[in-house]
Every structure is written in C-alpha cells, then in structure tokens.
Design a binder for this molecule. Sequence first.
Ligand code: GLV
Length: 412
Amino acid sequence: MQLEPSAGGTAAAQPAAETPAATQVALPARLGHILSLDDFERAARSHLPGPVFAYVSGAVERNASLRANAASFEHYEFVPRMLVDISRRTTATTLLGKRYAAPFGMAPMGICALSAYRGDLVLARAAAAENVPMVMSGSSLIRLEEIVQANPDAWFQAYLPGDEPNRIALVERVKAAGYRTLVITLDASIASNRENNIRAGFSTPLRPSLSLAWQGITHPRWTVGTFLRTIVQHGMPHFENNHARRGAPILSSNVQRDFSDRGHLDWDDLRTIRRLWPGQLVVKGILDVRDARFAVDLGADGIIVSNHGGRQLDGTVAPLKVLPRIVQACPEVPVMIDSGFRRGTDVLKALALGAKFVFIGRPFNYAASVAGEPGVRKAITLLREEVSRNMAMLGVNQLSELDASYLLPAGS
Ligand code: GLV
C-alpha cells in the first residue's frame, strides 16, 4: 500500500497502539478528487450502471425518510470548549468488549458483490485492516463462511426466515461458521415500496434486457472489472445467506427471489433466537422506546436505532431524533445508530446524544465499487480523520467525554 502525506495536518494525534499501521491510503489518480464520503457517491454514480446505482442510493416512495435522516444533523449545533490540551486525543472506543480504532463501522448492505467486485469481502478486509466492525448482510452473494474467515470479527445480520425450521437452520449455520455477533433486523417484515428501483430498471434477480445490456456497454469499467470478472472467476452469483441453503441467482429471466414471509413474527420468535444464539445479539431497526425495552428485556446485548437508511417505511422519524430517549430508557446496553451519517460531525453529534457507536452503509459500498479495498480504507481514514479533527476543535480527548453539553438545538 502506498503512503501519501496527511491531508489533515495534526488531525490524527492518536497514541500509536490505537491506530492501524497504514492510516494513509492512496487512490488511483482518476480518484484524486476524493476528499469526503460524498465524493465517493459522485464517483459511483458515473461508475455504476443506472439500475445498480439506483438500488444502492435509493430509498422509498417520496424519499421523505432519506431527507429527514440527512436533515436531522442540522437540528443540533456544537458548543465547543477552548484551551483543552487535545494532543493526546484518540478516536478509539470499546464496543461489546472489543477496542476499535473509530466509533463507526460498516452497516449491512445487500448484494454489494454486484456493485463492487467481491464487495462483501472487500468491506470485510478493509474493516479488519482499519480495525472497525463490519456487518455482513444476509441478503448477500458471497458465502458467509468466506467472510468470517477473512475477518473473524465480522458480525452477521440476518433477516429471519418466516418458518421455524429455516430460522433455526440459519442461526445454526451462522454459529457453525464462527460468527460471534448476530444482528437481527426487525424493520423489514415485508418488502418495502422501492418504486424508484422499478423505474430505474432494477429488480432481484436482474432480468436480462436490451436496456440492461446497454447499461453494461456504457459502463465498461464495471462490466469488465466487476460483473464479467465475477462470472468468469466465481460463476453466476446467487443469494447465499438468506437461508441455510443457497437461494436464487442474481441474473435470471425466470427465477423468483425468495422474499420470505416473515410478517407473522413477534417478540416470542426473537426470544427463541436469544435462546438459540450463544453469542452477542444485536437488534436493529428500533425506533420506539417500548421496542427498545422489549429487546433489552429479552436479552439483547445492544440495539441499533435505525430506519434502514430510509429504505423501509417512508416518512419514518430520523433515528437521531429518538436516540436520546432510547439511550435514557436502555442504560444497560450500548445503543448504536445508523441512517444518513456522512461526516465526522454527524458521528460526534450522535455520540454527544448518547450513542455508543455509529454504522454507515452506502458510502462504503460506493468506495468499494470505485476503488476496491484501498477505496474503503480511504473512506474509513477520511472519516476517522474528520472525527479526530473535530474532537480537537470541540476540546475532547476521549469520545466518552462527549455529552449533551456539547450541543444546543439549532435555532434555540
Ligand atoms: C437491504 O437491506 C436493502 O435495504 O435493500
């Protein structure tokens, strides 16, 4: 890996033991303009075929939740402290018994081996190299066993199959593979209304068509470097991890993807999973305080406050808005959050409101698409440097020092 001079000056003033060895990652010259996570989105928009970009970037219906997520950070403004010696500050933090280099990690993302060559593997390796957590999505195209071998600290996120034998078989498979942390996502009990995907020509499986072929021709770097390379080296990708058994192929004119009917599941089913799963159990997709308490009372080790990046119920409250009340109601577990985070300042606002950790999805997917593992490591580095630089300007040495006194509601 090449080294380049720090763009952030003294941004990363951390004790050596806390930071990974190669904190500066160089990208190909064509990506020299990448200075922030949003820049990866712009690069991915031209790199990816329209339908694939639409799947990653899109939300639902009027994108109200997507906008609310982005806007939620502006509802708070910082109140920094002065003349604090911040020369020994660190972005490192402990989550569920493990020390990580930064207070953020990778949210689960479905089918990211379609947007990036070996996408889940790239994310897993970059996360291991930079010492941040990576959550492997169950809706993915690379076998979960391969991912945990590349990154023994990876977490696995399941959408629970509707019928009990399949649920038990999936949990047993995840356990046998060696995962230690299981995330159950609750907000996708049925498929949401992804009209924008349909309009853009995206479906799972993808249906071969003239317009899809045209997208391939007009995006040759993706077609050759991701799609054809995958087919030649690994065969046609299938949904590998929704169940204990293999699912549908990603490209097919007639196979139906199996959207398990899980609409009848209730808290008793989660209680059963808790009994079956000996490792750490994290429940994702919580927005209501009562649900947060149910999850903790039945034995969840952590919760992720999330509206699925605005991809499920449109008009759902932004997670940041409900975060303080959930933190207050569940003091005994780490409360994590995702949906809309793009900047170090976003991360620090959530931590000041009581979040223990932040998960981020799409930007890491874009980084993997346009630049593989170095791209993802660059994205992690950029964000970690933003967090460190902003800690300095806030007058904070440890993330645990952050609390609501560093914020005021905007407009107050
Ligand atoms: C998968 O989790 C998706 O939101 O598409």
